[in-house]
Design a protein around this ligand. Structure first.
Ligand code: SF4
Ligand code: FES
Length: 258
């Protein structure tokens, strides 16, 4: 090893496609700079596989700066790796020691079928969003939006919820594969704002019902919060549950059954 680099042994999940049998393959990652990101380390491993005429490892990434939520990897059994409040793309190799063995797997959940190797489909999360994660009121351009007064507390809380990057780590970390933290963040960042009130009750019921079609039930383990790169608060789940109960009553009243 050169003074400034580390050598690692990787156990990487390889799987040709959905429903196929997968297995771990071992790769040596030699001469890695501690300043490289985890994804850059995988890029280096892939370049070496390609130059050896082997098939590179499929994994997802886009922004590589913690905002898009695509870089979904289980690293040594932890969603997004060992550091709290970071997505995989924000993890650097200085978090590992020379000679470490690192196990890299896809996010595992029944609703996340493996597409190939480390890439999974998170389509049911999109269905939750489609069920109500939008507003219909016209907010105009930024200066118009600034004319709508929002209480500071509501604005801060909505911003905290909107920090969710939709990565799915909360679901992968949960022993029940529950999607409460993701859904709560997406419901509440709109429910807290004046612009989100028009569809508040329909949104809440539709998004929670869609969530329950695809994901498990929350039993308050809190692993979702521990794995979340945006450190979304568990309080949002309580707020969502409160709104869901209210929505059941209010939506029935709107339908003339109240
Ligand atoms: S709540 Fe956190 S872990 Fe779950 S999708 Fe959003 S950012 Fe990812
Ligand atoms: S690549 Fe966008 S959050 Fe990691």
């Amino acid at each position: 090893m050169s003074e400034n680099t580390i050598n690692l042994t990787l156990e990487v999940w390889r799987q040709n496609g959905p429903g196929q049998k997968g297995h771990f393959e071992t790769y040596e990652a030699k001469g890695i700079s501690p300043d490289a990101s985890f994804l850059e380390m995988l890029d280096i491993v892939n370049e070496r596989l390609i130059s050896d005429d082997k098939i590179p490892v499929t994994f997802e990434s886009d922004c590589r700066e913690g905002i898009c939520g695509t870089c979904s990897l289980m690293i040594n059994g932890q969603a997004h790796g060992p550091n709290k409040g970071q997505a995989t793309c924000q993890l650097h190799m200085r978090s590992f020691a020379d000679g470490d063995h690192i196990t890299i797997e896809p996010f595992r959940a029944k609703s996340f079928p493996v597409i190939k190797d480390l890439a999974v489909s998170r389509a049911p999360m999109d269905l939750i969003q489609q069920a109500g994660g939008y507003i219909s009121v016209a907010t105009g351009a930024a200066p118009d939006a600034n004319l709508t007064l929002v209480a500071k507390e509501a604005s801060d809380m909505a911003f905290d919820a909107a920090a969710c990057i939709g990565c799915g780590a909360c679901i992968a970390a949960c022993p029940n594969s529950a999607a409460q933290l993701f859904t709560a963040a997406k419901v509440q960042h709109l429910n807290l704002l004046p612009q989100g009130q028009a569809e508040r009750w329909k949104r809440t019921e539709a998004m929670v019902d869609t969530m329950e079609e695809f994901f498990g039930t929350c039993t308050n383990h809190g692993e979702c919060h521990e794995a979340c790169p945006a450190e979304i608060s568990l309080d949002f789940i309580a707020f969502m549950n409160r709104d869901y109960v209210k929505a059941k009553v209010k939506n029935r009243s709107l339908a003339g059954q109240g």
